[in-house]
Design a protein around this ligand. Sequence first.
Ligand code: UDX
Length: 438
Amino acid sequence: MKITIIGTGYVGLVTGVGLAELGHTVYCVDTIKEKIDFLQKGQAPFYEPDLEKLLKKNIKSKRLMFSVSLAEVINKTDFLFICVGTPPQANGSADLSYVYAVAEQIKDLANNSKIVVVKSTVPVGTNAKVESILAKNIRQRPTRLWREKAKFSVVSCPEFLREGRAIYDFFHSDRLVVGSTNEKSAKAVADLFGKVKAQKVITTRETAELIKYASNAFLATKISFINEIANLCDKVKADVTEVALGMGLDKRINPYFLKAGIGYGGSCFPKDVKALRQISGGNGYDFKLLKAVIEVNGKQRKIFMEKIKKVLGNLNNKKIGLLGLAFKDNTDDIRESAAIDLAKYLVKAGAMVTAYDAKATLNAKKVLGNKINFVASAYEAVKNVDAIIIATEWPEFIKLDWLQIKKLMKQPIIFDGKNLLDPEQMKKNKFNYYSVGR
Ligand code: UDX
């Protein structure tokens, strides 16, 4: 099949590369010229394991092409995927201006029937609104021939990929959700992903839109729940890892997303939980649970900072080695990263911070500038420090030579915000080791 992808962020680019790898001919469009220039050379604009490999492979086989002009490619293809951003507005609701602007362009440029697939995360009712924008133009078109030729079907197909594991997730997704008003279009979209063995959920557009928000909000709720249990563990001398293990063995609960720490970050959970609250409020329903999920997440970083202050006392001129800047491992993304918040708190308190992250340093520099030092290895970051803070769950940190690190530090204190290291082992190594709920 021939497909246009509009927007080459995480969702658009991974979807485009994935669909090309499945054998389709894919044109990816973005308005940012530098980005398209890079992509044409097979260079990804962000770090994502295996992305560049598949990018280069599919460009070579001419199944994947890039353009800055939607007009140039739109009528070569039958499927149009809207993958533009829906960033949060000041009140938490999703900004849909990019989605609607794309719908307007499609309306003006398409001259034959298209299936328009909305992959961007959008509030309930957005797919219907996109369809009404497209339909407007059909009515405006002068001849009967035009009206018959250009018919649009708008299908909701939300994305569930995780950053850092996006390529894997594309080919191994648990489910494919397709929301449509007509069976034929739903089947056509599901067939595009035919080779991916995912359970198919064919439903209405409104339900599909809500499945996406409900999934992210539920996962965020699990994290905030386990973080509250962790805070309680700290008070009653219980171990949250073992509580989570005991809970997760119950198949009704399952063991995933029960890792306590300094709270969730990233480009999805913080934005989507707030947006779902807005969607609920806007429809006259007060979704009380989500308010607590958001509050607990915000509080988690502060509680951790309090723990650090309690142990170190006045932070003025204290030297801190910060391990991790990304919002999680395997990514260079720092959006809503707890590590960045911690760096800011530390600087504000007068501490001198030296940070290391395998991938996110460049992005962190854009936000933190010269307020902290950035170094090229974990060992450099810990030289002569009063304490180490682990803020990202990079597996690399588990494998460090912690005995050597102890020798490099001024005093052996570790604050592990991701519960990454083994407390028993750290005790044996004679560290003063603090984590979350253990
Ligand atoms: C998430 C969803 O998982 C994905 O399905 C959706 O499409 C986009 O949002 P992502 O933001 O890439 O994906 O990362 P994820 O792995 O879900 O982690 C999100 C945040 O939660 C990270 O900050 C991570 O450190 C944190 N987290 C995750 C925990 O604190 N505890 C956990 O048990 C799991």
